[in-house]
Design a protein around this ligand. Structure first.
Ligand code: GTQ
Length: 372
């Protein structure tokens, strides 16, 4: 709204401000320019974590955390440098609304069941053989699968297989924290036992976009796992036609019982950027966390080039201009807070029209790599 004006510096105004602060009162005329920006000015910054760094740190965490020692999960979360030290205990989320992490589970390990008001999703990046058990359904996970545990559902993980497994977690932790809606509960008996057949929900949807008749009534999570084979087939289908000028060939995971996003507070997409694709730049209120599932390329975010390749994660904060370029056929998995923005009716989009829709690159991001 307004710019800060000189009168705020005058002594009677400052004395008054100090005076009312003692009564736990504040002057709106002082606050409004900092609180009501003309447009979003997120504290989250564009950032990228290299696969090597994440992988090495997870491997170092093998002994630092074990289920016996730490109880919960061996997950290392992505701290946005722009959001660091905002809270007394050093917590920093990945975007202002979302949290993302990489999680490693080793053969023989069990991450106990729990439930919480935060919604969670998983995208499987490495390995197979472990299962997650969600509300009594054991779901065996493979690379490229997308899984959901909307808020309130019991979930735990266990690994009867024989190779380490790594996946991406994303949750709406910062949002639920900000609105004071956090509840968390451990399952009484460590890990929930199966109450329905293994992979029950994926079996019910073996055919893809036809739903069991019981699911014409809205359910929270009628489908717990979206198999990579089906997502890939969907991408192949749309790839026959014209790409979206910003996002290439993108598909969204939806709840088959109500047509909304699979997870109520997070939208998830899989997108293919064919080799040579150069998207146009735009920006929107929603912020996005990307996982590079396959391929390589770069994304220009607010004029800075972020090079990415398989296994990297990067963040496009709210209202940041961005455009994607693929150097080879690439598949990006992404999570955004679009449903949150839509619920609050603040989602806006703006296309970049200068220079044929492409930003000038003024800098290149240098990622932090692990010490050898
Ligand atoms: O695997 O259930 O990264 O509850 C954060 C919270 C993972 C999980 C996270 C969780 C989980």
């Amino acid at each position: 709204m307004a710019e800060k004006s000189d009168y705020l510096q005058s002594s009677d105004v400052q004395d008054f401000t100090k005076d009312i602060e003692r009564y736990n009162l504040g002057p709106l005329w002082h606050a409004i320019p900092d609180l009501m920006h003309k447009q979003p000015t997120p504290q989250a910054v564009p950032y990228l974590w290299k696969a090597e760094t994440l992988h090495q740190k997870l491997m170092e965490a093998r002994e630092i955390f074990t289920p016996e020692r730490g109880g919960e999960r061996r997950a290392i979360y992505l701290q946005n440098p722009g959001l660091k030290h905002r809270e007394p205990w050093g917590w920093a989320s990945t975007t202002q609304t979302l949290y993302a992490a990489v999680q490693l589970i080793l053969p023989g390990e069990t991450a106990p069941s729990h439930r919480h008001t935060q919604s969670a999703l998983r995208f499987i990046t490495n390995g197979s053989g472990a299962y997650t058990i969600v509300q009594g359904e054991r779901i065996f996970m493979e690379e490229g699968d997308y899984l959901i545990t909307p808020g309130g559902l019991w979930h735990g993980h266990s690994h009867p297989g024989d190779e380490p497994m790594i996946w991406m977690d994303a949750l709406d932790i910062p949002t639920i924290y900000a609105i004071g809606g956090t509840f968390f509960e451990s399952y009484p008996d460590r890990i929930e036992q199966p109450s329905v057949p293994d992979n029950y929900s994926a079996q019910r949807y073996a055919g893809g976009m036809v739903r069991p008749i019981a699911d014409r009534y809205p359910k929270v999570a009628p489908l717990g796992a979206y198999k990579w084979s089906q997502t890939f087939a969907a991408i192949e289908g749309v790839s026959q036609f014209e790409p979206d000028r910003f996002d290439g060939y993108a598909v969204e995971y939806i709840n088959p019982s109500n047509g909304k996003t699979a997870n109520p507070n997070m939208a998830s997409w899989m997108q293919k950027l064919p080799q040579g694709f150069h998207g146009k730049a735009h920006r929107h209120t929603s912020s996005t966390i990307y996982q590079v599932f396959q391929g390589s390329g770069y994304t220009v975010i607010n004029g800075v080039r972020f090079d990415w390749s398989k296994g990297d994660y990067f963040v496009v904060p709210n209202w940041a201009l961005h455009e994607h370029v693929a150097l080879e056929d690439s598949y990006l998995f992404s999570v955004s807070d679009l449903p949150i923005m839509e619920k609050f009716d603040v989602q806006r989009e703006e296309n970049y029209t200068n220079n044929n829709g492409h930003q000038e690159i003024r800098d290149q991001f240098v990622p932090l790599l692990p010490k050898k």
